[in-house]
Design a protein around this ligand. Sequence first.
Ligand code: GLC
Length: 747
Amino acid sequence: MRKILVVIIILFANLLSAFSISSKELTRIDSLIHIMTLDEKIGQMTQLCFSTITLDGSKSLDLNVDNFRESVIKYNIGSFLSGSDSYDKWFKFITAIQKIAVEETRLKIPLIIGIDHVHGANYVTEGTIFPHNISLACSFNQQVVAKVATVCAIETAPIGLTWNFAPVLDVGKNPYWPRFYETFGEDPFLCSEMGKTFIKTYEGCPHILPAKLSACAKHFIGYSDPKYGYDRTPSEIPAQVLWEFFVPPFKAAFDAGVKTVMINSGELNGEAVHGSKYLLDTLLRQQLGFKGVVVTDIKDIERLELMHKTVENQKEGTFRSVDAGIDMYMACNSYLFIRNMKELVAEGRISMKRIDESVGRILRLKFELGLFDNPYPSKQLLSKVNQTKNQIEAREVAEESIVLLKNDGILPLSKGKKILISGLGANSKGMLNGPWTFDWLGAPENQQPQNMKSLYESMQDKFGTKNLKYVDLEGINSEKEKKQFIRDAKNSDIILLAVGEKPYSEFMGNINDLTLDKMQLNLMDAAIETGKPVVVVLLEGRPRVFTEQADKINAILFAGYPGIKGAEALVNILSGSVNPSGKLAFTYPLSVGHVSPYYNKPSEYNIYWKNNPVRKNLFPFGQGLSYTNFEYSKLELSDTIFTKDNQEIMATIRIKNTGNLPGKEAVLWYVSDEIGTISRPVTLLKHFEKIDLKEGEEKTVKFIIKPNEQLSYPDKNGCQILENGSFKILVGGLEKRFYINKTNALF
Ligand code: GLC
């Protein structure tokens, strides 16, 4: 008894010190834990997929009540995930399962439901589908991310889905990786800023109160740079690189108060992350200070045995993962975890104290989300959902995320021109909404929203049906098809091709070659051969290589998967109604054999062949054109030497819109640390902001340089290093040198 009391006091102290949660609620959690049986505690640590409790075993929400009752009454399951249906079905389903959970179970603990609303309420039939994160990052506007998070919260909260498995905070350093489009791009600072904006906005959304929602920082850690490009395959990331390029977005998320973390399914430096005590306890909890709920990715304890082969069976996998620090297992469709946990407790290998730690975090999360007060969907919140308004925002987000990569003047398209439109995405809604739309791989064309337009349909609206000729071709596979295409193009003035990648997700998107597939390259070649101007829209999740064609094409737009209003957004840009302002949040590779992220150290080859500039990429990080011009001038620094720790230097730049159109400009500030004990990247993004400038208007934009924040870097132990030496600040093609010298020695 004394031992239990000591455990309770320790737990109480930990929880109280950990969070701003009322002592009353803590007492309640504490009392709950005190009276919970082992089965009830382990049930709270187990999450099942809805497919185990629906009639047909799919995500569609027809409840199999018997299965559900067995899961919550016999097995005390505390959490479920992943369904996809209409608001009406969601409403009925969540109401039914929460009612059984809070009325028929012994302790009446409400369920917490997880969902992957990763680009809007994408598992609700009527949901507003936004562009994926890679496009949001290209806007270089945190307000764009805040808009998406707000609409997503407003459309998710009414149906009681309180746990969103978003945002992905993996840094998109490997363009082969099939989840590249889920990242905020290749720069750690950009990922940090966009990720924390999503989290703060989503978890703090005032429009849905009293409902509260949890985001989820995923996938901790090192998932996004698999050595061979395939999903869930080993990453080899040196400790110093991990700290400098992979930790920051997660640290920013923890500092922003994110309530949950999901773990990387892969391996990092030989360790299966789900079984790594160093990564899940030392790094995540002790060094980075995360105190919330850690959930596994789907069936990843099983994978310790079946895929990573780091344990000989499920029971050892359970021990390894729980001992490493997971709180909840996304078991999906198996109760084996429960049996293994009971055996491990009976054998004394997992202590009740360890279990109470996880259960305490899970109950605290449910309390903080208000689930004990009201776990039910809300008709009042549902009545506030304004799809029309939300879809306007979806179009504006897409417009600000689309990147004009190349334009020889053919854009904007003039009215009255005869336009031939063709290609994989020309008349496809699925290619606009992309993956994780109604299902993880995206929905078939006949299940896409009826009220949505394809690019072809939207082009007809804007340019007139008689000026549009649609050639229904995904690509060209023969000389005969090529000749026919050239004949079809005879009476057209311009050729518009929508090319890219059909939606894919995770390992289903593994590729061996980053080059765009041959049939689409053939289509571009045929279009070029007509001798008419060619405009290409890229609808893809990662930068597929098409250099030879790109050099001959007149205009290129990167649109990612632009969402439910993506067609209208693209047409507004193609027609000039909207001035594009996106910039690449990643490097567009020149060739498949040499992918060099923008901040890579220049190879010796580059330095010693300076009179033969090596073309490092097709388009660089930060590439993005406008229909107007922005002139940068007068880069000035308030000082050129740091001599004191808390000193700041103000950098200012003048930017003028010298064209005859209003426009938005993403102002990207980089810093180069010219000499570093640890080899420094050529340059790193350290600040960005989006400004509006009317034609002729000019503004002064500033960036306050704070040495500890922007000029230091981590060593292999994560300790920040701030060294004397020379630095450069770069913005808009201008640069200025400054120094750190805390010893006042002369340079
Ligand atoms: C998937 C993904 C993860 C997602 C989870 C639940 O395997 O890796 O991002 O949140 O399963 O759907």
